[in-house]
Design a protein around this ligand. Structure first.
Ligand SMILES: NC(=O)c1ccc[n+]([C@@H]2O[C@H](COP(=O)([O-])OP(=O)(O)OC[C@H]3O[C@@H](n4cnc5c(N)ncnc54)[C@H](O)[C@@H]3O)[C@@H](O)[C@H]2O)c1
Length: 434
């Protein structure tokens, strides 16, 4: 299939790089978002998200005249849905007394509904949003068929998971291997033709439900493995071990690759996607369920560590460094660092938070400041919650220059014990009791 004009619905971390990359490869792209503010920002040459290199690609796409930003999809040859699939915060399912989270598929539903009036015979629709198994065939297909056209017969329908790493999105979008699952082999082929416009990695074709499962299995695999690393950090504290040293030594085994512990698991993917499997088959997923619980309870483990370091939290001034869910990104969604700050405050600590990648972060109930100096200037303890390069590479001596604190707590193995002790700090490290 040939594609001259496509619509990309959802202009976030996934949709905007995808739309811009298609445009810079010569395809006419209508980038659609329901958020009027985002549409205006982009039309005025601004950018609402931080991703290295994205500004340049979006500017090139707009300048070439190939990328147009709109609030409504238009008639096109292909439609890509890249809208959010979070879970509900205000309701949950229950399986034998075990509560589980439920996928909020409202954005996928409304994006599919918006395509119905402009869907034409021979079109291709690709769902990229991470979704519970069978979403493409059981949720998206019936909505699109309200057009009177039949999925897999009159139009192609496929699912293609996105596996890019925030911070590396533009490179990985092109270089990563891609899986395309069609509701028919012809739909998978049409999807492969579309992505072949810019994808240099291998493109694998399969059915839509397998492609959905692939994405969920990848992220669930990581969640379960981080859960075991987090449990190892708890055991290391119990038994007088440095978990970082122990993991490093265990990983010298040729068939062992233990992941990294930390303050928990956050973000839009790994902390969310395993729930999509639990929701659809709670009786088959005790391991996945337990791993989610282990990772969700890791902020409480950090709280205990902070209490060990400073004693009672009542009135203690703590600088929390990093709020993002992982290093060197500005994404605060489902961040365990944010959860740690709330827990500290709930026990009376006075927390000043600083997120270098989002100095203007506004989070309900959290005092976030714009500079590191402001965050630490009155602190009694400094708490490192994210392994941001700049926060880690700054020396202990430099911290003493801007803060009266002499207690430091490191939850991400970002600071070197000897250096911090030499600079006069008492350093407490997650998973270390040595
Ligand atoms: N961010 C990642 O690294 C990543 C990686 C792999 C997969 N994913 C998946 O990709 C999907 C999108 O994630 P994201 O990070 O780009 O989300 P995002 O929140 O950054 O962007 C989504 C955009 O969609 C818009 N939107 C919501 N409803 C819409 C609708 N009906 N029509 C048009 N636009 C609509 C929102 O306004 C927003 O701008 C999710 O399912 C996510 O799980 C994300």
């Amino acid at each position: 299939m040939n594609f001259e004009k496509i619509c990309v619905l959802g202009l976030g971390y996934i949709g905007l790089p995808t739309a811009s990359t298609f445009a810079t490869h010569g395809v006419q792209v209508i980038g659609v978002d329901v958020n009027q503010k985002i549409v205006e920002t982009l039309r005025n040459g601004g950018l609402h998200i931080h991703e290295p290199g994205l500004r340049t690609v979006v500017a090139a796409a707009l300048k070439s005249g190939k990328l147009h930003i709109s609030t409504q999809p238009e008639v096109a040859e292909a439609f890509i849905i890249a809208v959010p699939t979070p879970f509900y915060h205000d309701r949950q399912g229950d399986h034998n007394g075990r509560p589980y989270k439920l996928a909020d598929m409202r954005a996928v539903t409304s994006a599919a509904e918006a395509i119905v009036p402009v869907l034409r015979k021979g079109n291709l629709v690709v769902l990229e949003s991470t979704s519970p198994p069978r979403t493409t065939s059981d949720l998206v297909a019936p909505i699109l068929e309200k057009s009177g056209l039949k999925a897999g017969v009159d139009f192609h329908l496929a699912y293609s998971p996105e596996r890019v790493l925030p911070g590396q999105i533009l490179r990985e979008l092109i270089e990563n291997a891609r899986v395309i699952g069609g509701v028919t082999p012809e739909s998978a082929q049409a999807g492969a033709d579309l992505y072949a416009i810019f994808v240099k990695g291998e493109i694998f074709q399969t059915d839509a439900t397998t492609a959905e499962m692939v994405k969920l299995m990848e992220n669930t695999y990581r969640d379960v493995n981080i859960a075991i690393a987090n449990e190892f950090s708890r055991l290391a504290e119990r038994f007088g071990v440095d978990v970082w040293e122990a993991i490093d030594l265990a990983n010298r085994h040729p068939r062992v690759k233990i992941l990294t512990p930390g303050p928990g698991v956050g973000g839009h993917c790994i902390s969310v996607d395993p729930w999509f499997l639990v929701e659809k088959a709670p009786e088959l997923t005790p391991l996945i369920y337990t791993s989610r619980q282990v990772n969700d309870s890791q902020p409480a483990f950090v709280l205990d560590l902070v209490k060990k370091a400073v004693g009672s939290l009542k009135g203690k001034k703590i600088a929390a460094l990093g709020l993002a869910y992982k290093p060197d990104v500005d994404d605060l969604r489902e961040s365990p660092a944010v959860e740690v700050v709330h827990l500290l405050q709930s026990e009376g600590a006075i927390v000043t938070a600083y997120e270098p990648f989002k100095p203007d972060a506004k989070l309900p109930g959290i005092r976030a400041v714009a500079t590191l100096e402001e965050a630490v200037s009155e602190a009694q303890a400094i708490l490192l919650l994210v392994q941001h390069t700049d926060l880690c590479k700054m020396s202990a001596a430099e911290y003493t220059g801007i803060s009266p604190a002499r207690i430091a707590i490191d939850t991400v193995n970002g600071w070197e014990s000897e250096e911090w002790q030499k600079a006069g700090f008492q350093l407490f490290r997650l998973g270390v009791n040595k």
